[in-house]
Design a protein around this ligand. Sequence first.
Ligand code: GBH
Length: 494
Amino acid sequence: MSIKQILFLIVFINFVSFGRTDKFPDNFLFGVATSAYQIEGAWNQSGKGESMWDWFTHNFPERIQDTSNADIACDSYNRYEEDVSFLKDLNVSFYRFSISWPRIFPNGQNNRVNWEGVNYYIAVFKLLKEFNIEPVVTLYHWDLPQPLNNLGGWTNPLLVDYFANYVRFCYEQFGQYVKYWITLNEPQTTCINGYSSTEFAPGYNIKGLGFYYCAYVHLLAHARAYHIYKDEFYETQQGKVSIDLTMRWMEPLNKSDESHVLAAERTLQFTMGLYGHPLYLGDWPQIVKDNVDKRSELQGYARSRLPKFTSEQIDFIKGTNDYFALNYYTSNLVYPTHDITEDLNETSYGKDMGVSLSIDSSWPSSTSSWLYNVPYGLRSMINWVAEQYDNPEIFILENGFADLHTLDDYDRINYLNGHLCHTLRAINEDKRTVIGYALWSLMDNFEWSDGYEQSFGIIAVDFSSVNLTRTVRASYEWYKNLIESRTIDCEDFE
Ligand code: GBH
């Protein structure tokens, strides 16, 4: 045993036997999260159509660390009963999972419905209901039907209509089971990694344009999905609809340097604000308009690289978030690099912001290159969102830690403990409304461009075994205990 593990045990025993600690509010919701492409497998089983991630991993295996794909993944499509039994054992209040659009509409459109796929989700809903577990449902977690990707995917405004038909069908079929809907997962990630880099599907590196067009189409699609629910389903189903937004907290590299403080704020506006501002305040953030319009003009573009919303669109999008679905994993340090009138030969959103990002060498790393353990960043993020958007109800829907498949995952426990303590402080000391927390993830799964190399689960999955054996980790027991006691030891997490 390492010193760290011994220390953990002492803390753990102390925690179990004396139970003196901080307590979560009685109505605070604890849950876990997954997504369809990452866990379901059965990529072409029972009538499912091809998704853009199927296409991406099959055609560009070299873009995935271990050249793998999610053809089988955790095979949850066939093993959901086992997975739900873990949820029951954990005693979570809710389970966040996503519906696969191409499993419902194999070619993306509603002229052909795959009823086997529909029945699969109904079976999951029924089982959750039997165990009193609230489903928190993501309608889209990156698995776009490939025929729609062929039409330009998230750069094509027609996608708004196709998405509308798909979500209407989901509200009709599944709405009686669902109180919390999420329209789209992390558009920021899709638009950066998928449309401004080759890293994620579809891998279209449309520098300086993809980032904004993709955001524009996502926001319109979300607003459409929101209005459809309000106009056609809310009266009978009484649920809430939100878009899931993710952010790294941005800390000025030098807090006493005003230009660093401004650079950090600018970065927050270009990433979280790009979505939050249209949703809560109307239209793009002013700094985004100023910078992108200015640079586009200086670069000789006939029109700004930032698509304009009409005033009807601004009104249509504003006010369409019933709660603030927030994912938080990590933080960055920010410093300014250039004036936006400089470096004009390079077209990218990074140059539009005029900043560079780094990390603090004191932040503990994970095995994943981008993920550092910075718990106070979550509290800062919650406060930033609350201040910018007039105290919305915040629902943390992803937070988690990567390692290399270890069962004694004390680093993960440490990460989760710190983030939950900072969540509690945001509630108790900062008086913010945070209604719940979803741990990413219930189990190891296909981690996008990292394949199966990085594991995020509190349940380990042996991907080399025939039965895809699930084994609980130390963090699983820790989380189970936390859910039961609703208390947490926060002494070490200042
Ligand atoms: C979430 O993304 C996803 O919603 C979830 O599906 C995923 O499994 C989980 O987190 C863990 O990654 O460009 O250097 O940042 C979190 C945000 C954005 C983190 C893309 C990884 C790629 C490397 N992710 N990022 S980098």
